[in-house]
Ligand binder design. Structure first.
Ligand code: PEP
Ligand code: MG
Length: 588
């Protein structure tokens, strides 16, 4: 039966494919397709893993048999029996074989997929005892996975399959149909793992439009919907689904008519994409000859390739925290960071790169296991520069790495989440300290312009202080909206109140742009507003000349720029900002 699930649109486009439903915490398992010739060896890997776990349990049982009843309670023996029984479970074995043979999933992926299928069956059981066996099944699968991890995979990850059109799909139900991932939640670091993945789209139950998970999804440039509440419960493994990333809807088990309609939309979107592609080498200039700088936001040094492909004239925001995440506390040392920053600088072939110092905390935990649950409001806690200043060694290591990368090209250093003059002074003196350390060691480094993010209202209201100390400012609208309106940007239950057009937000943005221009200092917007074509004309009218966004959005924004007359937009933009309901005024 066809049904639709509504969420929040985060990345445009249409994806049509089969659902891969992922349980919580399963994102670190490798997902890739194998060659048909590798089917037997993948099945063998699962078998070896299963036999190893079974031997381990038998050994444990033998040890227990030699103990007294006090040391080895009866429950433990019974539990091991259950685990052994589950290991031999026909549904588990046959299911895993099915995913490997018929879908060409790699062994780990096949195992967690079948685990998900069986978990649902356990959830539906009337008998409480049987329902509780789900946890045992998970433990058994976890142990097999651990064994397989130790064995490593003999299979190299092949490239992701080409996206298929709806026409192909109707003709072909073979193994390489596109897959879309449906999960309860994915951390930003998980999302990053999927950069080279097999998935043609994503849906998550939780998240807001500018949550970091959504931001990374957008950078993957594939359709995505977040905040779809119970999608991961309602959709079953292998269901056919359509993800409409433009309107934030997922359609499950679509009828042929609906499939045909979305197939048409998909082709239209592809045509539009290739049409926009022709603008790549066109200079971003308004009708009244204002030169506009369109920069890229990146998460990893490799992303510079996509930035150049989209015609970016530099990187306006390198979110360096992605080098720090998912490493179980092993933070990157100076050399590793230096090489990464240098790779980004060299990747841009002489175009400027703005590296933001680490911004972890809130919805960007260093590790999933270290998600900040101890503090009531992590977004208001030890995040970004606050964390850096509390870890001066770590911070100076990063600063030295950035300064060293600046010897290879134009680098700007950007500091997130500043609010206080004391924080500014502390930061600047740590930068001086890092320079002095490099001098003492005789290591070369380059000049950096130093900028601050304006993303806390207090900063936007202290521009005089900020402009006294910094060479440029970059407006982080994602957080500026969150902190001005007291709306958690990652919480889908208040997503309807997260309003970039609130007069207070626009006033802070407008004043920051005006003051920077008045003082001849550089100013850009690097939050998601910069890449949203709804706001291009407004920002141009407010005097913005530098926009930083995901590479995938650059050409659409350029199209708006080419059609705009910045001078003529000025009075209209002021009116919008001054109005009681700028959202409506913007549409008028
Ligand atoms: C912002 O807050 O607008 C921003 C660009 O930073 P981040 O999204 O990484 O918090
Ligand atoms: Mg921010």
């Amino acid at each position: 039966m066809t049904f639709a699930i509504h969420g929040i649109a985060v990345a445009r486009g249409i994806a049509i494919g089969r659902a891969v439903v992922m349980g919580s915490g399963r994102a670190d398992v490798a997902h890739y397709f194998i060659e048909p010739s590798q089917v037997e060896s993948e099945i063998e890997r699962v078998r070896v893993g299963r036999d190893a776990v079974s031997d381990e349990i038998h050994r444990l049982q033998a040890t227990i048999a030699g103990m007294g009843p006090k040391e080895a309670p009866h429950e433990l023996t019974a539990l091991l029996d259950v685990h052994l029984m589950l290991l031999q479970d026909e549904d588990l074995i046959a299911g895993v074989k099915h995913w490997i043979t018929d879908r060409l999933y790699n062994a780990e992926w096949a195992l967690i997929t079948q685990l998900e299928v069986l978990s649902r069956q356990f959830d539906d059981m009337e008998d409480e005892y049987l329902r509780e066996r789900k946890a045992d099944l998970e433990q058994v699968a976890e142990r097999i996975l651990r064994y397989m991890k130790g064995m490593g995979s003999p299979v190299a990850q092949p490239p992701a399959p080409k996206r298929k059109t709806q026409q192909d799909l109707l003709l072909d139900d073979s193994v390489d149909v596109p897959l879309v991932l449906v999960a309860h939640d994915l951390s930003p670091a998980d999302m990053l793992q999927f950069k080279q993945s097999v998935f043609a789209g994503f849906v998550t139950d939780v998240g807001g439009k500018t949550s970091h998970t959504a931001i990374v999804a957008r950078s993957l440039d594939i359709p995505a919907v977040v905040g779809a509440r119970s999608a991961s419960n309602l959709v079953r493994q292998d269901d056919w689904v359509i993800i409409d990333g433009d309107s934030g809807v997922m359609i499950v088990d679509p009828s042929p008519i609906i499939l045909a309609e979305y197939g048409f939309k998909q082709r239209q979107a592809e045509l539009e994409r290739s049409r926009l592609g022709r603008l790549r080498h066109t200079p971003a200039m308004t009708l009244d000859s204002q030169k506009i700088e369109l920069l890229a936001n990146i998460e990893m040094p490799d992303d510079t390739a996509a930035a150049l492909r989209a015609g970016a004239v530099g990187v306006g925001l390198f979110r360096s925290e992605f080098l720090f995440m998912g490493r179980e506390g092993n933070l990157p040392n100076e050399e590793e960071q230096y090489l990464a920053y240098r790779a980004a600088v060299e990747g841009m072939h002489g175009l400027p790169v703005t590296i933001r110092t680490v911004d972890v905390g809130a919805d960007k935990p260093l590790d999933e296991s270290r998600r900040d649950e101890a503090h009531l409001n992590p977004a208001l806690g030890l995040r970004a520069i606050r964390w850096s200043l509390s870890e001066p060694e770590m911070f100076r290591t990063q600063l030295r790495a950035i300064l060293r990368a600046a010897a290879h090209g134009k680098v700007n250093l950007l500091v997130p989440m500043l609010a206080h003059a004391t924080e500014i002074r502390q930061t600047l003196s740590l930068i001086d300290f890092a320079r002095a350390e490099l001098d003492n060691r005789g290591i070369p480094y380059g000049h950096v312009d130093i900028g601050a993010m304006i993303e806390i209202p207090a900063a936007a209201l202290s521009l005089r202080t900020f402009l006294k100390y910094f060479d440029f400012l970059s407006i982080g609208t994602n957080d500026l909206i969150q902190y001005t309106l007291a709306i958690d940007r990652a919480d889908e239950s208040v997503a309807h109140l997260y309003d970039p057009c609130h007069p207070a937000v626009l006033r802070l943005v407008a004043d920051t742009i005006t003051e920077c221009r008045r003082q001849g200092k550089g100013v850009s917007v690097c939050g998601e507003m910069a890449g949203d074509t709804q706001f291009t004309r407004l920002l141009l009218g407010l005097g913005l000349r530098s926009f930083s966004m995901h590479p995938a959005q650059i050409l659409a924004v350029k199209q708006e720029v080419l059609r705009a007359d910045a001078k003529r937009l000025e009075p209209w933009a002021q009116q919008v900002v001054d109005s009681e309901d700028p959202g409506r005024a913007l549409e008028a």
